[in-house]
Structure formats: structure tokens, C-alpha cells
Design a protein around this ligand. Structure first.
Ligand SMILES: CC(C)(COP(=O)(O)OP(=O)(O)OC[C@H]1O[C@@H](n2cnc3c(N)ncnc32)[C@H](O)[C@@H]1OP(=O)(O)O)[C@@H](O)C(=O)NCCC(=O)NCCS
Length: 227
């Protein structure tokens, strides 16, 4: 287990990763053709060793083998200072994907984002990342019980990564969490509401954004009572 992060057993997540990254007809097929049958022409598989070899080959060719033993796992850990460019990239791509019109209106450049991340976010927040196979695929920033940011790389969404990060935020915030999101962000609202957050206030975000937003709250006590 890393010193400041948690290694997460990825079985259910990796199943979903595997399924959602395979396209078209390959989606429900093993990565290589299944062997046609147990029988190998020529008679050499008829002895015990040959049969065991065929069974081993058949096991290795199954998708479940690859998703259990060969697929990478997601780990959640605190970001380090040298990861600022990579984390800013995830935050920026995810924002542009979630709200392209708002982002076009605001027009923040990559340099603006890097500056904001280094000068404000890293100084004021506790920043966590999700890593998959050595790549940063998600990030979140918490400031005193308030979830400032939670962003997953667009092509890695709906695989459970946001939930892993949110679970870490909950475990780091024993008195509860609040957050704001845009009212039109149905993806984020569905995500938070399915994970125990309740809308507590509808309003407008500050200038220059000036968008209808909603404040959500989660409390561990309420979640325990609901369970
Ligand atoms: C919100 C976000 C962090 C979720 O991350 P994720 O890795 O996709 O989350 P998970 O895979 O753990 O869970 C996905 C869940 O989100 C919800 N969800 C996803 N897309 C949805 C949609 N179009 N409508 C409603 N709910 C949706 C569902 O509850 C879904 O669970 P399901 O797949 O079991 O149905 C991610 O979509 C994201 O980064 N969005 C862009 C940035 C953003 O809006 N951040 C929040 C700003 S406050």
C-alpha cells in the first residue's frame, strides 16, 4: 500500500473498464480466438500433459483471465508537485468536455489554468489523483470539507474512477462534504445524488462565470441512517 494513498482492488472496476474499452464485435469476445476444442490433431493432447496444456491455453485465452490478472489497477493518492501539468491537463479536458459552451465563453487558456492550479488550487486545497496504469485519469481538490473539484478524464468516465475519488473524499471528511455544480450538469448531479448528496441551495455562481448552480451536501450520519 502506498504511504499516503490506498491501493484499490479493481475487480469490478476492471471488468467495466475491459467491457467499455472493447469496441464493436470484439466487445463480447476474448482478446484472441478461443481454441476450437480440447482435441488437438495428431494425438499428442491425448495424454495427461497435453490435456493440461490445452486447459491452460484455454484459461489464458479467456477475457476474465486478462481482466483479473493482467489489467492495470486504479490507485488513489495525493498528487505531488511535479504532477501539476498532468493534473491540470485532466482537469482542463474534463471541464471542456462537460461544459463546452461555458468554457468557450470564459476562454481560459492552458497557461491560465496552469497558473491557477499552481498558485491557488495547490496552495489552498488537498489534491488527490487517480492513476490507472501509470497515467493520471482523475483528480479532486478538497478544502476544509468542501469538494472544490472532481474531474475524470473524458475517455475514462463511467468506469468507477469518480466513485473511488469520492469515497476517498468522504473518508477524509468525517463531518461531511459540500460542493457546487452547474444546474445543467446532469451527469455530475446524477452521480452525486446516487452517492448520498442532497441539493440544499439553488443560486448563481460568482462572476465571471455567473451560471445557475446548485449546492449539494453529504453527511456521514444521514448516510448511516439511510442504510
Ligand atoms: C461526474 C464525474 C466525476 C463522475 O466520474 P465517473 O468516473 O464517470 O463516475 P463513476 O464511473 O464512478 O460513476 C458514474 C456514475 O455517474 C452517474 N452518471 C454518469 N453519467 C450520467 C448521466 N449522463 N446522467 C446521469 N447520471 C450519470 C451515474 O450515477 C453513473 O453510475 P452508473 O454508471 O453506475 O450508472 C465525471 O462524469 C466527470 O468528470 N464529469 C465532468 C466533470 C464534472 O462535471 N465534475 C463535477 C463538477 S462539480
Amino acid at each position: 500500500m502506498p504511504p499516503n494513498g490506498s491501493r484499490i482492488s479493481g475487480e469490478p472496476l476492471l471488468k467495466r473498464f475491459d467491457e467499455s474499452t472493447q469496441s464493436g464485435a470484439r466487445r463480447h469476445e476474448p482478446p484472441y480466438p478461443e481454441p476450437a476444442g480440447r482435441r488437438i490433431e495428431g494425438g499428442e493432447a491425448r495424454d495427461g500433459f497435453g490435456r493440461r496444456l490445452v486447459r491452460l491455453h484455454s484459461l489464458v485465452m479467456r477475457r476474465s483471465f486478462w481482466s483479473t490478472y493482467a489489467m492495470p489497477q486504479v490507485s488513489v493518492r495525493r498528487m505531488s508537485a511535479e504532477q501539476v501539468a498532468e493534473v491540470t491537463g485532466v482537469w482542463r479536458r474534463s471541464r471542456l468536455d462537460a461544459a463546452p459552451e461555458i468554457e468557450a465563453r470564459l476562454g481560459h487558456s492552458l497557461e491560465d489554468d496552469l497558473g491557477h492550479f499552481g498558485d491557488v488550487v495547490m496552495r489552498e486545497c488537498d489534491v488527490w489523483i487517480a492513476e490507472l496504469d501509470g497515467l493520471i485519469v482523475g483528480m479532486m481538490a478538497i478544502r476544509g470539507g468542501h469538494l472544490e473539484k472532481l474531474y475524470v478524464e473524458p475517455n475514462r468516465q463511467r468506469l468507477g474512477i469518480g466513485t473511488l475519488l469520492l469515497d476517498k473524499a468522504k473518508s477524509e471528511s468525517p463531518s461531511g462534504l459540500t460542493l457546487f455544480t452547474h444546474q445543467v450538469n446532469s451527469r455530475a448531479r446524477g452521480f452525486y445524488e446516487a452517492r448520498g448528496f442532497e441539493p440544499i441551495e439553488f443560486g448563481m455562481s460568482s462572476m465571471p462565470e455567473n451560471e445557475p448552480d446548485v449546492k449539494y451536501a453529504w453527511s456521514p450520519r444521514r448516510s448511516e441512517n439511510a442504510a
